[in-house]
Design a protein around this ligand. Structure first.
Ligand SMILES: NC(=O)c1ccc[n+]([C@@H]2O[C@H](COP(=O)([O-])OP(=O)(O)OC[C@H]3O[C@@H](n4cnc5c(N)ncnc54)[C@H](OP(=O)(O)O)[C@@H]3O)[C@@H](O)[C@H]2O)c1
Length: 99
């Protein structure tokens, strides 16, 4: 059974809930978190037991150790972030508020 390595892009309220729920799934592992703030990313990764953290969304999108990325930024930023991740070959989960 494949274990999917998740990343979370943007660290706010829903990212906290998503990470807590992800921990309940046997085939999912929170592998990386990315924030515009390196410190916030490090704190989030430590609290949710993720081995990697990044101070930029670009670094997460480019990370070879991540299979799928949850976009947890505000709606207006979803399209740009999702396209960046898709262009790096990542699967993406995002709500459908596209321009
Ligand atoms: N709140 C809910 O009940 C809920 C329910 C279902 C789905 N969602 C989804 O989650 C998304 C985020 O909601 P949230 O409640 O978690 O919002 P939030 O607490 O404001 O967090 C959003 C995060 O996105 C990042 N971000 C990137 N660009 C930003 C900008 N221009 N302004 C503000 N933040 C920016 C920030 O993380 P960094 O600074 O760490 O980069 C921020 O902490 C929603 O758009 C929606 O798709 C939310």
């Amino acid at each position: 059974m494949k274990n999917y390595r998740w990343g979370i892009l943007g660290i706010g309220k829903i990212a906290e809930k998503f990470a807590a729920d992800l921990a309940l799934l046997p085939q999912a592992r929170l592998t990386a978190a990315a924030s515009r703030s390196e410190d916030r990313a490090a704190d989030f990764a430590r609290r949710h037991d993720a081995p990697l953290h990044f101070g930029s969304y670009e670094a997460l999108a480019a990370c070879p150790d991540v299979d799928i990325i949850y976009i947890a930024t505000p709606h207006v930023a979803h399209c740009e972030a999702a396209m960046m991740c898709l262009e790096q070959g990542k699967a993406v989960l995002a709500k459908s508020h596209w321009p």
